[in-house]
Design a protein around this ligand. Structure first.
Ligand code: ZN
Length: 264
């Protein structure tokens, strides 16, 4: 972020709150903050620009490299899930090439401060991280409408790139280098990316960088629950470990032993 006093950099500018509704004001304040302070994680551009009108999906874009970003803000800390919009729209987005990256903000309205800001690169959005919610009740204004949740707990840490983590500001170099480490995942074909990301998430959370095949097999039930149609979870795990090796994320040491490379 541009050079200025730390506390100042996290401040929301209350004069951007010109609406009657609290949620509209929160949106205006957080978008104002993004427009003033967030740089592009993908190139050297020191700012992101807001789309001129209300576009259905993306809110900001980089004027230099054209990466697109959706912004979502919430008061609470980032938990296991984030409530998002219509399920059908999300499913359509995942199939298209135009799915934007997601900027997630946690703000403190009473102190007019940003607490945390992170970007999740678009290649982490696969069907396995989207949960269909129950249709709204008959009595609701939009009866039958189906929303969705983004399951943050199914997104690897690799895909959570913090600009601000509970008040602590990360420098641009760190943010951009974290972003760069995720780019090879864009090349993985979308239908194969789900398994790849879930396998990496299991590997990433193992306590030791050096691990055994059994350590990954220990997550067999968890992976079966995520991919109920797959009856061959163990062969799939082995296959994904090979893909991760080819991508340079892990090394094979032989005799069922592996080494996680330090990406972060
Ligand atoms: Zn850019």
């Amino acid at each position: 972020m541009r050079q200025m006093d730390e506390r100042k950099r996290l401040e929301l500018r209350e004069d951007a709150a010109t609406f009657r509704s609290g949620s509209q004001n929160a949106r205006a304040l957080t978008e104002d903050w993004v427009g003033r302070l967030m740089f592009c994680p993908n190139c050297t551009s020191d700012r992101l620009k807001q789309f001129p009108s209300n576009r259905p999906v993306a809110d900001f874009f980089c004027p230099e490299c054209a990466e697109e970003f959706e912004v979502k803000g919430q008061k609470s800390k980032f938990g296991p899930k984030v409530v998002d919009g219509a399920y059908a729209t999300m499913v359509q987005r995942l199939r298209s090439e135009t799915n934007p990256n997601l900027i997630l903000l946690q703000y403190d309205r009473s102190r007019s401060l940003i607490r945390s800001a992170m970007v999740v690169p678009k290649q982490f959005f696969v069907p396995e991280v989207i949960q269909e919610r129950r249709p709204l009740a008959e009595t609701a204004r939009r009866a039958g409408w189906v929303g969705c949740n983004i399951l943050l707990d199914r997104i690897p840490e690799l895909g959570k790139i913090f600009y601000v983590d509970q008040g602590l500001i990360h420098d641009a170099e760190t943010v951009r280098s974290s972003w760069k480490k995720t780019l090879s995942l864009r090349d993985a074909i979308p239908s194969a990316r789900g398994w790849l990301l879930q396998t990496w998430r299991i590997v990433e959370r193992l306590p030791e960088a050096s691990f055994r095949l059994e350590d990954v097999y220990a997550a067999e039930d968890e992976l079966s629950a995520i991919f109920p149609a797959n009856n061959n979870v163990r062969p799939k795990i082995r296959q994904q470990l090979q893909v991760l090796r080819d991508m340079g994320f892990i090394e094979f040491l032989g005799a069922g032993r592996y080494q996680r490379r330090s990406l972060n």
